[in-house]
Every structure is written in structure tokens, then in C-alpha cells.
Design a protein around this ligand. Structure first.
Ligand SMILES: [Zn+2]
Ligand SMILES: [Zn+2]
Length: 128
């Protein structure tokens, strides 16, 4: 029974992350999932987020000591607003060739990269 309940909660966390582009924190996910499962604890949400990230069903974004979660598994890049702290998806063409660039003159094998773009988002620009 408990197992089934857990997986339903996990499914609901996953569904929430797949329909939002807000890259929520664990706390935001918790507040959302709690509407559906009032007895869920923040610890359970953390555990499920970790599991989903380990299973490769969601992406964990870490920057400046804070963690955000993304249900969009398509390769894409992120922009961090210095003013409001929001993380936005950037629609830019693939940067895969920088792996090749990084490998020039390097004896090892470059398999990937993590890039964050940052600045001020459109909403914050409008506000000033
Ligand atoms: Zn902003
Ligand atoms: Zn994203």
C-alpha cells in the first residue's frame, strides 16, 4: 500500500515538473504537491525529487548553492536573472560543438558541459 502511495506522489511530482517551465525549488514543488497530498512531508518530496533525478526523469539544476528542478529533458540552455532569480529556458541552437572545442589539445574525453547564461530577464527590464 505504502509503496503505491509513494509512486502516486512521485508521479504527481513528475507531472507538475513536466507542465511548468518555472524550474521550481523543492519547497515550491512541495507547496504544489501538498494541495493534492496534504499529508506529504518536505522530506518525502526531497526523496522523490532525488529519485526522479537519479532515474533521469527530471534534471537537477544547481547554481549558487540553490537547487531547482526541470521536467524538460530536451537539451536546452538556461538563463538566470540576477534580479529576480528566475531561471528561464533559452531557445538557442545546440552548443554541442563546444565539447569538441574543449577537447582540442586535451588528452581526455570531453562528454558534456554545463552552461548558465545570466543577466536581467525581460520582466525585470520592463520594471526598471
Ligand atoms: Zn528577472
Ligand atoms: Zn529548463
Amino acid at each position: 500500500m505504502a509503496v503505491r502511495k509513494f509512486s502516486r506522489q512521485r508521479q504527481s511530482i513528475l507531472e507538475y515538473l513536466m507542465q511548468t517551465t518555472a524550474h521550481p525549488t523543492a519547497e515550491t514543488v512541495y507547496l504544489h504537491v501538498r494541495e493534492q497530498y496534504p499529508n506529504i512531508s518536505l522530506g518525502t518530496v526531497y526523496r522523490n525529487l532525488n529519485l526522479l533525478a537519479e532515474e533521469g526523469k527530471i534534471v537537477r539544476l544547481t547554481y549558487g548553492g540553490s537547487e531547482r528542478f526541470d521536467g524538460n529533458l530536451k537539451p536546452h540552455n538556461h538563463f538566470i536573472c540576477k534580479t529576480c532569480g528566475n531561471i528561464l529556458d533559452l531557445e538557442i541552437s545546440s552548443l554541442e560543438h563546444i565539447n569538441t572545442l574543449a577537447g582540442v589539445g586535451f588528452g581526455g574525453r570531453v562528454e558534456g558541459h554545463i552552461i548558465y547564461f545570466y543577466g536581467v530577464c525581460e520582466e525585470c527590464l520592463k520594471r526598471c
